[in-house]
Design a protein around this ligand. Sequence first.
Ligand SMILES: Cc1cc2nc3c(=O)[nH]c(=O)nc-3n(C[C@H](O)[C@H](O)[C@H](O)COP(=O)(O)O)c2cc1C
Length: 374
Amino acid sequence: MIRYLTAGESHGEALITIVDSFPSGIELNEGDIDTELHRRQGGYGRSRRMKIEKDSAKVLSGTRGGKTTGSPITIIISNKDWKNWKEEEKITAPRPGHADLSGAIKYGEADLRNVSERASARETAARTAVGALAKTLLREFGISVLSHVISIGGVRARAAKVTPEKIIEAQKRALLSCIDPAAEELMIAEIDKAAAKGDSLGGVFEIIVRGVPIGLGSYAHWDRRLDGRLSQAVMSIQAIKGVEIGLGFDAARKVGSKVHDEIFYNKHSFYRKTNNAGGIEGGVTNGEQIIIRAAMKPIPTLQTPLKTVDIITKKTVTATKERADVCAVPAASVVGEAVIAIEIARAMQDKFGGDALGEMKRNYVSYQDYIREL
Ligand SMILES: Cc1cc2nc3c(=O)[nH]c(=O)nc-3n(C[C@H](O)[C@H](O)[C@H](O)COP(=O)(O)O)c2cc1C
């Protein structure tokens, strides 16, 4: 199954990832990775850095003739801001809400930059690149991963039905990936208001996976439950503080008959008229769309900083003020798509074999035949 590590600091020379066990025979081009990297850099409310960085991926290994070979894939994303980066004086005022204080104590650091450079969500550019590979693999099986922003601060989108067309339309506007244009305007006003006060905002986004076969994941062991694996992947994104699948927390407030999706059968397939389970029952996909929501907290670096304690003098000071996003929920949703695509790709390899695309396809087709013949 795909596994990967990332390396690199926010203002270091580059971000690097090595992706192991990616199947052979998949067409891979750097342009597809760049598309996802650019999406991650967008969204209203981002910092000026997003204009300095125009991320671009270079694939250094694991492909030949434009196709993956099954060997480890190395991807490098250079940091253009690196050239502008001067070694500045030590940073000693930890930001509340960041890894600064705990990280400095844990690693025995007296300069918080040594912590924040790696704790920064710049690392998610590398994860987005791996996600682009996973999406390429999933496309071979008609599986797509989309996301949209549901709320920013106290402003919530109102949309009767979420459709892929509406999501694509919202993404074209390149603002907040919200499918309700009226709410999107209010969200922008909310971000402007927060920015004027030197404050920041979080929000909620939703990820939808379409075209997933029934039977990915397993109920047999805790660490094979797909809901658990997807939640961990999303929760591991910087600033994500809540994850829901299907009805999520709302399910706890309803009676069972209003929650569980009744089962129907027609033309050789089982189906549901509702999808409150969000496509997963017992840790296994049930053939419906997978629906995951994530709550992102407000960005911790504030232009009107909060009180903190200097780690050297122990005096009360204001937290370090750095260039930062006011709101990065649309960017986080792109990262969310990436980490979900990686987990679904792994689950596909687990079920259908993971060495070569041809092998996966043969097994997939035979499994679909088996389901049709049930
Ligand atoms: C796409 C994205 C962009 C972010 N941009 C910033 C930023 O500009 N400034 C900042 O302080 N935090 C930013 N964050 C959040 C921090 O990285 C995060 O809050 C911090 O590392 C502490 O981790 P935790 O919130 O998970 O506890 C961003 C997060 C994401 C996902």
